[in-house]
Design a protein around this ligand. Structure first.
Ligand code: NDP
Ligand code: ZN
Length: 179
């Protein structure tokens, strides 16, 4: 088997183990791992990305934020480039939730192109997920608020991948959100 395939399987296995007890917020409580796999699939199938480091970072993008995984651990297993992209897309867990959301808006324009690709695909997946099914206890207003915040983050990620940005813009237009 090629080295790339081996590294890819090692990565998806790592993410699956780390997220094994987590569920998404949709009413079906979909296994969490569907999300990072889906983000990686958006990158390969829609954005035309084949760079292994970007795909690995997409698979790992929520491990540090949502599990006990550290950037050092990712660096040991998958190397510096993947660790650096994951670090760029990880919120500062020391900040309260509202400040984290503001920081995403402020940081978006300053991250690397590879991190921007992961962030665009992540936002696209989450917005599609919200359109597909409303999480329990989320009001329509909260969903609108989420779309509006996502539009502000996406503003700082533009000029990275036309296909992803067009797909996101279509979702914003459907909700009359000015971008
Ligand atoms: P978030 O609003 O941050 O929840 C959205 C996040 O959950 C996504 O970014 C995604 O992150 C993850 N997620 C999991 N399942 C789904 C799914 N099915 N669809 C889309 N995203 C999913 O939730 P928090 O609980 O962290 O709340 C933070 C903020 O929400 C507060 O600061 C406040 O501004 C706002 N809020 C608004 C309320 C309202 O009624 N208007 C009420 C309460 C909070 P990932 O990619 O990491 O999985
Ligand atoms: Zn995510």
């Amino acid at each position: 088997m090629s080295t790339q395939t081996t590294q890819f399987i090692e990565c998806i296995n790592f993410a699956a183990i780390k997220h094994k007890d987590q569920r998404r917020k949709d009413p079906e409580q979909t296994p969490y791992i569907n999300h990072p796999i889906g983000v990686a699939f958006i990158l390969t199938s829609e954005a035309g990305i084949s760079d292994l480091a970007v795909i690995q970072a997409a698979l790992l993008h929520d491990t540090v934020e949502d599990t006990d995984t550290t950037i050092d651990e990712i660096c040991q297993s998958f190397g510096e480039e993947v660790a650096s992209i994951v670090s760029e897309v990880t919120d500062d867990k020391k900040l309260p939730k509202l400040a984290r959301k503001q920081q995403q808006i402020e940081h978006a324009p300053h991250v690397s192109t590879k991190a921007k690709l992961v962030k665009l695909a992540d936002k696209l997946y989450n917005l599609r997920d919200l359109n597909r099914a409303r999480p329990n206890r989320w009001t329509e207003d909260r969903i609108t608020e989420y779309f509006e915040w996502a539009a502000l983050v996406v503003r700082g990620l533009r000029g990275t991948n036309k296909t992803l940005e067009n797909s996101l813009d279509q979702l914003f237009r459907e909700r009359n959100i000015i971008t």
